[in-house]
Design a protein around this ligand. Structure first.
Ligand SMILES: CC(C)(COP(=O)(O)OP(=O)(O)OC[C@H]1O[C@@H](n2cnc3c(N)ncnc32)[C@H](O)[C@@H]1OP(=O)(O)O)[C@@H](O)C(=O)NCCC(=O)NCCS
Length: 257
């Protein structure tokens, strides 16, 4: 239920999903459901940075568990959460074996036949998986209004900031968080194909009327058509972007939706 101003409610009403498991048992699945781009899973993380126990690591592929044991603190907690979420989604989509590697730019590498993107914050890790080889998926999770405000000048152009400033005051923070999440998701979706040097000023965020935000790569930047789905999970925003579309496993190539 949106308890703030009515206009802010519009922003937050785009899609609401049940945030009930967010503070549940650490490393449990808080959300698992179909998504326009594939299947979305959220895994609850502990708030602290205690070493991940063997019983949790045993739920990963042995090679993933080996990598996890080399990590420390929040990095280990979040990395494991992202891998658990990806695994849950991959198995749901019919994978018979599942191991996620890491590419040269830090991108997650799912098994052949699947596409994947991961994001995590304190308390929650999410993974978006499609049973499509080579779909360019990007997902991001943001929950910190103050942080989004603090980096506004780095992330948004003067034009984007002017558009955000026209919104009623309570909506501006949501718009900043949303725009930041979309830019991060765009980067994850297309950085491997278009190059890691993609910057925040290569994409233009348009908050629209608050219900239909969009993002596009600017002329001069490497081009890719982008599809966007934004939703709220409690006080967090989940932004999903799909760039180039490939064929579904076992079916002929299909064009973008
Ligand atoms: C890569 C980046 C997006 C990660 O964001 P973050 O807030 O640090 O962390 P998140 O929790 O959101 O995401 C982390 C996950 O992103 C994924 N990731 C990292 N690099 C990636 C890449 N190049 N491509 C796709 N996914 C990537 C990984 O799966 C990682 O989790 P893991 O290491 O546990 O597997 C961020 O560090 C970055 O470089 N941002 C720049 C964005 C930008 O310039 N955008 C402009 C385009 S409009």
């Amino acid at each position: 239920m949106c308890s703030r101003s009515r206009s802010r409610c519009y922003l937050r009403r785009m899609v609401r999903v049940d945030a009930a498991g967010e503070d549940g048992v650490p490393y449990s699945v808080a959300l698992a459901r179909s998504h326009v781009f594939g299947f979305l899973v959220a895994v609850t993380l502990p708030r602290g940075k205690e070493t991940v126990g063997d019983s949790v690591l045993a739920r990963l592929d042995a090679r993933e568990a080996e990598v996890a044991r080399t990590l420390r603190g929040f990095r280990q907690v979040q990395w494991v959460g992202g891998r658990l979420a990806a695994r849950e989604a991959g198995l749901h989509l019919g994978a018979t074996s599942w191991m996620v590697g890491t590419g040269a730019l830090g991108e997650p590498l799912p098994p052949p036949g699947f596409s994947l993107s991961i994001a995590h914050k304190r308390g929650l890790a999410i993974a978006l998986v499609a049973d499509v080889d080579g779909d360019e998926l990007g997902v991001d999770l943001e929950d910190d209004l103050a942080a989004a405000r603090a980096i506004e000048a780095e992330v948004f152009s003067l034009e984007e900031r002017a558009a955000i400033a026209t919104l009623p005051e309570p909506e501006r923070d949501d718009a900043r968080m949303l725009g930041f999440a979309l830019k991060e998701a765009v980067y994850k979706a297309v950085s491997v194909r278009l190059g890691a040097d993609l910057g925040y000023d290569d994409a233009r965020f348009d908050v629209g009327d608050g219900r239909t935000p969009s993002i596009a790569l600017l002329a001069g930047a490497p081009q890719a058509a982008l599809e966007v789905i934004v939703e709220w999970y409690g006080e967090s925003v989940i932004a999903a972007v799909r760039g180039e579309r490939r064929s579904r496993r076992g079916s002929p190539s299909s064009s973008a939706r």
